[in-house]
Design a binder for this molecule. Structure first.
Ligand SMILES: Nc1ncnc2c1ncn2[C@@H]1O[C@H](COP(=O)(O)OP(=O)(O)OP(=O)(O)O)[C@@H](O)[C@H]1O
Ligand SMILES: [Mg+2]
Length: 265
């Protein structure tokens, strides 16, 4: 069913792409402070379903902050984030989020299977027995990321790439419609990166919203349909080629920066 983007009516928005998709997240005048640090100022963006959206920008640009603020995981100073006519943070059951690796407690004594089944907890309830359907969904998710043989292993004993696959399986098991991954490619091999991108594309093609924080500006950037370029404020947002224009990149990275350009390829 085609639904209008509830944000198109807000003419005060600037620097945002047109949307024609069924659903979109609308970020409007978002500001976030950490005590004295002004992390994000007046960010306006539309994130469309059916597209693979990357968030890029230098270290400390506010990429993780943007995701956490959108999902209601940290307080916001001003602005709003809407989805399907309601604040996004009131719809957490529609969201799957895999945080940046450094934020995960790897000493947690869970098995791979426990981690993937956590993805079912919101649907099933934490203390209820998991249904056969939930087990099947979790099992399929593990198979999809090629980790079925590891289900009894401790999550802390796996390599970085294997752990990312398991966290992707957990998010698949959630059957969400908004998927957010913060730096999933850090410290993983090329094969795992290819598997992750393949699944991200599948999720987007199925009509979901898929947001990936990624600081690599190499050839892998061409996987993204849309980009959000940040440096404490929104530098640009929209189709990949439009965002990756030299003037935007110089502004965000304040000087010389090497990045992969489709035009030069
Ligand atoms: N909990 C916090 N308390 C205080 N300042 C913070 C906190 N978290 C982040 N910051 C600051 O806010 C700014 C944005 O941080 P954020 O983690 O969002 O950046 P990032 O773009 O994700 O960086 P990276 O590429 O290193 O992951 C940085 O200056 C950071 O030091
Ligand atoms: Mg970050």
């Amino acid at each position: 069913m085609k639904r209008p983007n509830p944000f198109n009516a807000d003419s005060s928005w600037t620097n945002q792409p047109q949307t024609s998709s069924d659903q979109a997240i609308g970020v409007s005048h978002l500001g976030v402070n950490y005590r004295q640090v002004q992390a994000l100022t007046d960010v306006n963006a539309v994130i469309n379903s059916g597209r693979l959206t990357g968030i890029i920008g230098p270290n400390g640009a506010g990429k993780s902050t943007l995701i956490k603020a959108m999902l209601g995981l940290i307080p916001i100073l001003r602005g709003r984030v809407f989805y399907d006519g309601k604040p996004l943070m009131e719809q957490r059951d529609r969201i799957a989020y895999v945080p940046q690796r450094s934020l995960i407690d790897w000493t947690y004594p869970a098995t791979v299977w426990d981690v993937v089944m956590m993805g079912r907890a919101k649907k099933t309830g934490w203390f209820r027995r998991y249904s056969t359907v939930s087990r099947q969904i979790a099992s399929d998710a593990l198979a999809r990321v090629g980790m079925s043989d590891y289900r009894h292993r401790k999550i802390g004993d796996l390599s970085g790439g294997q752990q990312q696959r398991v966290f992707l399986a957990r998010s698949l098991a959630q059957q969400a419609e908004i998927f957010c991954f913060d730096e999933p490619f850090v410290g993983i091999d090329q094969k795992t990166e290819a598997v992750l991108f393949e699944i991200f594309h599948e999720l987007a093609e199925a009509g979901n919203i898929v947001i990936v924080v990624n600081h690599d500006l190499g050839e892998s950037i061409t996987h993204f349909d849309d980009l959000i370029l940040l440096n404490r404020e929104l530098i640009a947002c929209g189709g990949r080629q439009q965002v990756l224009r030299s003037e935007n990149m110089y502004r965000a990275y304040q000087g010389q920066v090497q990045f992969f350009s489709d035009r030069a390829a």
